[in-house]
Design a protein around this ligand. Structure first.
Ligand code: NAI
Ligand code: MG
Length: 361
């Protein structure tokens, strides 16, 4: 391994700053065992503390400061009692996603051992799929407007934007991912029976893209019945791809079907490598428990694992995932955190996973 993976560390607010050290320790452990070269550079911006000092979430030259990194390893941002959420989120995380053209939002939906599944009768191995969400256009456009506000004639319009470039690039990513997996199965989320222009277009692009992936089995469901299938037959899925809105809904529903928010990770990815990709836990800054050292560090550590997997460090990534699974499977009461029913803290949980990684080879 010669290339150094350059990682910008942005811990942010609240429990982001508490779980981040364990994410880094676990990545360093994986780097040590699997002989990877990782470099970490920390930044204090994209936090409410920075905002209080500077009146903005990011320095003016943030893009220059971060562009040269391969990845951003991000904790969580937001302290609503200090800075309104729309200011803190739009002023930081959403800038990264947008300006760095992170057009893929990727989330695993995997039932881990030791996690109580909210769906009855499911065991680890039964649920193991990925949700690929389009992250830049679709229903989340700012095209539209309001006329005659406050009157009887009030009218509001907001447009869905789908471009061939935007749709094709997310489909390509999802098809590639499906192709790389044993089941080679892609499911597309649609609603072409109700949304009569953009969704038939989406379906058309799926059919076109499928022609280049003969081995991938493709199916599609309307979003309404698809949400029911997530709950009733989650074992059906392998890779699920959706537009920005459908992907948003599915990427909360999927992980919710596999347990606690404390363990879920996500990637905001620019697959071209032109700009850095961002890896973060799904949870926020959890002001209700911050400062007590009791936050579950698994989401942060798993996000680091996704980062290694994204950059192709398969052995190290596999070892990290196995370490997380093994510590969860043991479910040791004094190790795991309160959100999972244990009496442990961030340190005991993080340390156990770190130790497992160090002993993995
Ligand atoms: P949250 O995810 O911070 O917390 C929701 C609930 O889950 C809380 O009861 C919290 O204690 C618990 N929880 C979350 N992560 C946990 C962990 N690792 N271990 C144990 N318990 C955990 O969501 P909430 O409360 O809606 O938002 C709080 C702040 O975080 C807001 O400012 C919000 O805007 C921000 N936020 C930021 C995100 C990001 O940076 N990507 C994502 C979601 C929210
Ligand atoms: Mg969401």
């Amino acid at each position: 391994m010669s290339k150094t993976l350059k990682i910008a560390v942005i811990a942010g607010d609240g429990i982001g700053t508490e779980v981040m050290p364990w994410g880094i320790k676990c990545l360093e452990a994986a780097a040590k065992v699997y002989n990877l070269s990782l470099s970490f550079t920390s930044f204090d911006f994209a936090s409410c503390a920075y905002y209080k000092q500077h009146g903005q979430m990011l320095p003016d030259d943030w893009k220059d400061q971060l562009s040269g990194f391969d990845a951003l390893y991000f904790g969580a941002v937001g302290l609503p009692d200090v800075v309104p959420d729309h200011v803190s989120l739009w002023g930081s995380l959403l800038q990264f996603r947008r300006e760095f053209d992170q057009y893929i939002n990727l989330r695993p939906c995997r039932l881990m051992p030791g996690v109580r599944c909210p769906l009855a009768g499911r065991k680890p191995g039964d649920i193991d799929f990925w949700i690929v969400r389009e992250n830049t256009e679709g229903e989340y456009s700012s095209i539209g407007g309001k006329m005659f506000p406050g009157t009887e004639r009030e009218v509001v319009i907001q447009e869905t934007v789908m471009t061939r470039t935007g749709v094709d690039r997310v489909l390509k990513y999802a098809f590639d991912l499906a192709q790389s997996r044993p089941k080679k199965h892609l499911t597309s989320a649609t609603k072409s029976n109700g949304i009569s222009i953009t969704m038939p277009y989406w379906d058309e692009r799926v059919a076109e893209m499928a022609k280049g992936y003969g081995e991938v089995k493709v199916d599609k469901f309307h979003i309404d019945i698809l949400t029911a299938h997530f709950v009733q037959r989650p074992q059906h899925f392998d890779v699920v791809v959706g537009s920005n809105l459908f992907g948003d809904i599915l990427s909360d529903l999927g992980p919710a079907c596999t347990g606690t928010i404390g363990i879920a990770p996500s990637g905001n990815i620019n697959p071209t490598g032109k700009f850095p990709s961002l890896f973060e836990p799904v949870h926020g800054s959890a002001p209700d428990i911050m400062g007590r050292g009791i936050a579950n560090p698994v989401g942060m550590i798993w996000a680091g694992q996704m980062m290694l997997e994204h950059f192709g460090y398969k052995d190290a990534a596999d070892a990290m995932l196995r370490a997380i699974e093994s510590v969860l499977a043991k479910g040791d009461d004094v190790v795991i955190t309160g959100d999972m029913g244990g009496k442990g803290d961030t340190k005991s949980f993080g340390e156990a996973i770190e130790r497992e990684i160090l002993g993995s080879k």
